[in-house]
Every structure is written in structure tokens, then in C-alpha cells.
Design a protein. Structure first.
Length: 201
């Protein structure tokens, strides 16, 4: 998976490759789909949600440029796979899931597998996690029509946010948003993507 899907697409950051090789992706999908876990496509995880294809997870992780002291906020826990990957790179990962059944299952899975530096919350990702803010990095694994202002506000000066942004139907753009030390916001588009829409309460 890493050699053919990730390195072949130009991702060579050693820590990201190690994390992608280390996290057992087949344990983050339904047992009936485990044989497809390392294939180059998304898979359903229930409640109309999906686990992103490995190459997209690796790309977003690479763009986020997580450093060991970082506190990272993830919006859209899903099965917990992206949070597990981030947990090997960051000091702490906070992840929010709006669908209770998915969030509860992910929290149990992450705890069972030993990802002790991940904290899961059931809640509205549009509001972020004010009590744990500010965050060094923020990543969205579902697509809002535009980046919620609450998340920009909760991003540290000098921080970075990676998200798919665009309409719920059709093509979205994966963007990288940077907040300068002075608080100035800039963003750039990376590639077209297709994510499930980010749900509001």
C-alpha cells in the first residue's frame, strides 16, 4: 500500500510513511471488508460515511506537517483511522464525530488498540472544541462549503489547517490554510477531491 499508492504519488516524508505502515488499517473497517482495507479506494464504515483511500489520508497528513509537540484537532472521526495515524506524529489528538454510533465505536477501538493520546468527542465539528483550543493543526475529513470561522479562530497563530471544501454534490478542493504569526490567513488549493459533506447539528 505505502509503496504503490503513497510513495508512488510523491509522498516521501519518513514519519508519515512510518505512521501509514504502522497503523493496522484493516482493524478500522468492518470485518467483511478487511480484505479491501489496503486497496486504493474509500470504503463504507456505516451511517453513510466512509474511510478515505490510503493515498488521501497520507496526503492530508503530509500537508498538515505535524510535529511531535503539536496538539491536533480532527473534525470527522469516522472509524478513527486518521486519528490513529496522527497520534503517532503528534503529542495529542482531539477528534470530533457528530454521529454518536461512529464516535462511540471509534473511541472504543482507539482505546483497545492503545492510542492513548487520542480524545474523542461526540459533537458539532462546526463549533470546534473551544475548551481544548487553540490547536497547532486542524484537519477536516468531511467537506464544508467553506471553512468554519470557529475553526479558524481556534487555530494557533503559525498553525495550519487542511480541509476538503466545496459543495456537497460534485467536486471539492483540498485546501491548505495557514495562519501567520500575525494572524493573517492565506490558503492554497491542492487537488480536486470527493468527500462526504460535513454535517451540521
Amino acid at each position: 500500500m505505502v509503496t504503490e499508492q503513497i510513495e508512488a504519488r510523491g509522498i516521501h516524508t519518513p514519519a508519515v510513511l512510518v505512521a501509514m505502515r504502522t497503523v493496522p488499517r484493516h482493524l478500522f473497517v468492518a470485518p467483511a471488508l478487511a480484505w479491501q482495507a489496503y486497496s486504493d479506494h474509500p470504503l463504507p464504515i456505516g451511517a453513510g460515511q466512509t474511510i478515505s483511500q490510503p493515498a488521501v489520508v497520507a496526503l492530508m497528513t503530509d500537508l498538515l506537517d505535524v510535529q511531535r509537540p503539536d496538539h491536533v484537532l480532527e473534525i470527522g472521526t469516522g472509524s478513527g483511522y486518521q486519528a490513529a495515524v496522527l497520534s503517532l506524529l503528534a503529542a495529542k489528538v482531539y477528534t470530533i464525530e457528530i454521529i454518536p454510533s461512529l464516535g462511540q465505536e471509534a473511541a472504543k477501538r482507539l482505546q483497545t488498540l492503545g492510542y492513548a493520546n487520542v480524545e474523542v468527542r461526540i459533537g458539532n465539528g462546526y463549533a470546534g472544541w473551544r475548551e481544548r483550543a487553540p490547536f497547532d493543526k486542524i484537519v477536516l475529513t468531511a467537506a464544508p462549503p467553506e471553512v468554519p470561522q470557529a475553526l479558524i479562530d481556534q487555530l494557533k497563530a503559525g498553525g495550519k489547517l487542511v480541509a476538503p471544501v466545496g459543495p456537497s454534490i460534485g467536486t471539492q478542493e483540498l485546501i491548505v490554510l495557514d495562519k501567520s504569526r500575525s494572524g493573517r490567513i492565506s490558503q492554497r488549493r491542492v487537488i480536486p477531491v470527493a468527500f462526504v459533506p460535513m454535517v451540521k447539528e
